[in-house]
Design a protein around this ligand. Structure first.
Ligand code: FAQ
Length: 310
């Protein structure tokens, strides 16, 4: 019976049908989706921290307003994706507690420090840019609620990317010091942004099954290459000097970019990033600080309910 269900399930996937919450799905499909979607939601939430610290230090009122809106968008994405993940039967509380206990992962990129204003713009350009490259195909992933959530998320990330790039364009039109800040920022964020796509295909544990289930439409290396090819001309337009490993390969019709430091990647995945402890402290503090709000909201809801039944 189960086998028949699984064959039918795969046939629906092969026919590019969306799988909806109440449909039959193999337990492993449900599990890998909860894993990926919760990690994705955690990344959006933790992802507010590197930029959020710059809200009070934005150089102008205009930049501050834009940054507040962007950080708020990331919170929205997190909540939106938690809701989509909850349709698979795991509560948001459970997912969040896995993040706080260190059991669940979130993107390595948010464990790097944001040391200058140029970093805020670079995050918009490279980090949101990499996120879009990865998430556009997710708009066609096989799980309906996740695919639909990605449509709005991608539209907002695309605005984030443009605002980041525009911020850098202004900076490179400025002083030598500003141009130096942009180059320095690029040098620190370029390689970590390439690591956002995950390990090389040869070391990607989930890829082959998740491609067969059409959760993934392209492999980690394919998307990484797509991102490098799109980013190089944008960097050149800003007058950025690219690392020497980045060279056009006429034969392949793509940019080569050499080997990434995968030891660094796995160390950050394990929680040994420069800001890993700091990020978890900030999340735990936010949870503790918000306890009274949750208690008050619950008490208020109970009062409303008891009044309604009176
Ligand atoms: N960081 O077998 P694979 C954003 C783990 S965008 C940490 O290849 P998979 C927007 C992976 O979980 C960032 N861990 O895994 C924003 C697995 O470990 P596990 C979030 C990583 O799932 C912008 C193991 O390595 N975007 O937040 C990373 O098939 C600006 C083996 O890897 C998403 O999450 C990593 N970089 O492919 C917010 C997109 N890479 O779980 C604020 C959705 C891999 O077995 C400001 N996710 N690992 O213990 C995906 O598309 C996939 O999950 C991949 C990884 C492509 C990330």
């Amino acid at each position: 019976k189960v086998e028949a269900g699984e064959a039918e399930f795969q046939a629906r996937i092969d026919a590019d049908e969306f799988i909806e919450p109440k449909d039959f799905m193999p337990e492993a499909y449900r599990k890998t989706l909860v894993r990926q979607m919760s990690q994705h939601a955690h990344s959006e939430i933790v992802g507010m921290l590197p930029e959020g610290g710059w809200v009070t230090r934005a150089p102008t009122l205009k930049r501050k307003i834009i940054l507040v809106a962007k950080v708020q968008d990331e919170a929205g994405h997190g909540l939106y994706i938690y809701s989509a993940a909850e349709t698979l039967g795991t509560s948001r509380e459970e997912m969040v507690s896995q993040l706080h206990s260190g059991k669940a992962k979130y993107s390595t990129i948010f464990n790097y420090p944001t040391t200058s204003w140029a970093d805020v713009c670079t995050i918009g350009w490279l980090v949101d840019g990499a996120a879009i490259t990865n998430q556009i195909p997710l708009c066609r992933c096989s799980y309906g609620p996740y695919a639909r959530a990605m449509i709005r998320v991608c539209k907002e990330e695309s605005f984030h990317m443009r605002q980041g790039y525009e911020g850098l364009l202004q900076m490179v039109k400025g002083t030598d010091e500003q141009r130096r800040m942009v180059q320095d920022s690029f040098d620190r964020w370029f390689w970590p942004s390439l690591m956002m796509f995950g390990p090389p295909d040869s070391d990607s544990a989930h890829s082959s099954q998740n491609m067969a289930w059409k959760i993934k439409r392209f492999s980690n290396d394919e998307l990484r290459q797509r991102f490098v090819d799109a980013t190089v001309p944008q960097a050149e337009f800003l007058g950025i000097t690219l690392p020497e490993q980045v060279v056009w390969n006429e034969e392949r019709g793509h940019y080569d970019y050499g080997d990434l430091d995968w030891d660094e990647f796995w160390a950050v995945v394990r929680g040994d990033g420069a800001c890993s402890a700091n990020r978890m402290d900030a999340r735990n503090k936010a949870l503790d600080d918000g306890a009274w709000v949750r208690e008050a909201a619950t008490a208020f809801a109970e009062k409303q309910r008891s009044r309604a039944t009176m």
